[in-house]
Design a protein around this ligand. Structure first.
Ligand SMILES: [Zn+2]
Length: 275
């Protein structure tokens, strides 16, 4: 069984603030070990359930967070930016199941630790086919197009609830419960790892019965930016429709194109932020 694991950081136990999730933050060195611990727990669960190959994609920030010497030597790791499929780079090979670890709630969520969607400094809301899509949903869409179902999502309780809305048969492991954007009641990191390992094993065991997320194309992508100048910049991407002061729209023929357009928009939008 081939298992694909995408690991973000904001949804790991104990993490509540950007001072932990940014490379320059005071608490980053500890937080990256918590992230590595949760990634390793998912890897262990996959092997418990009979995985023969595991690819781990470092999916947070500059995507160079995982401390490799702490991880199982059998895995392969995808590190670094830029990756055309971003948080699900490598999914285009055939995998039996994808596991999302350390994920967070989408932009605009209440009680979601560090809620954002792809790039919080420019994106206020993302919708696909008129429905709000967070990173779990967007990445599941790309996985689904390539025929891979998402079997596990871990993060705070809001993240897990949002995952179950879009992926009815997904396993979830909530490692913390957000009080506000910057406060949560969290499990101890070791308890979080134990539950993630068990959740990963459950997800892998039922991989064959899971349904990939695969809505019919074209996929209508709509994004609200945080400033009009950002939306102006997004219009540089050909076939982008400007629908309002803050809003842009794109009819994507497939999920891969949708994700590329979203990334191109965010890069262009970020270029308008004064230095
Ligand atoms: Zn992240």
């Amino acid at each position: 069984m081939k298992v694909y694991i995408s690991v973000d950081m904001e949804g790991c136990a104990g993490i509540v603030h950007v001072d932990q999730t940014r490379r320059t933050g005071h608490d980053y060195a500890t937080a990256r070990l918590w992230m590595t611990g949760e990634a390793s727990a998912a890897v262990a669960g996959a092997y418990d359930a009979g995985a023969t190959r595991v690819l781990v994609n470092d999916s947070h920030g500059d995507m160079r967070n995982l401390v490799l010497e702490e991880m199982d030597r059998r895995i392969e790791v995808l590190s670094g930016d830029l990756k055309p499929r971003s948080m699900v780079q490598g999914i285009e090979e055939k995998w039996d199941v994808a596991l999302f670890v350390g994920y967070h709630a989408g932009a605009g969520s209440r009680a979601g630790i560090l809620d954002h969607t792809y790039y919080g400094r420019v994106v206020s809301d993302v919708r696909v086919g008129g429905k709000r899509y967070n990173e779990t949903a967007l990445n599941a869409l790309v996985c689904g197009t390539d025929g891979t179902p998402v079997g596990l999502v871990t993060g705070d309780e809001t993240t897990c609830a949002q995952a179950r809305e879009v992926l009815p048969d997904v396993e979830t492991v909530a490692v913390k419960s957000a009080v506000t954007r910057y406060a949560a009641r969290s499990l101890h990191p070791e308890e979080a790892r134990k539950r993630i390992r068990e959740g990963a094993a459950r997800a892998c065991k039922k991989a064959a019965s899971l349904t990939p997320l695969r809505p019919k194309p074209p996929l209508r992508l709509e994004v609200d930016l945080l400033a009009t100048a950002m939306a102006d910049a997004c219009e540089l991407v050909p076939s982008t429709e400007r629908v309002s002061g803050y809003g842009v729209r794109y009819e994507a023929p497939d999920a891969e194109t949708l994700l590329k357009v979203l990334q191109a928009w965010t890069v262009l939008a970020a270029s308008t932020i004064p230095a």
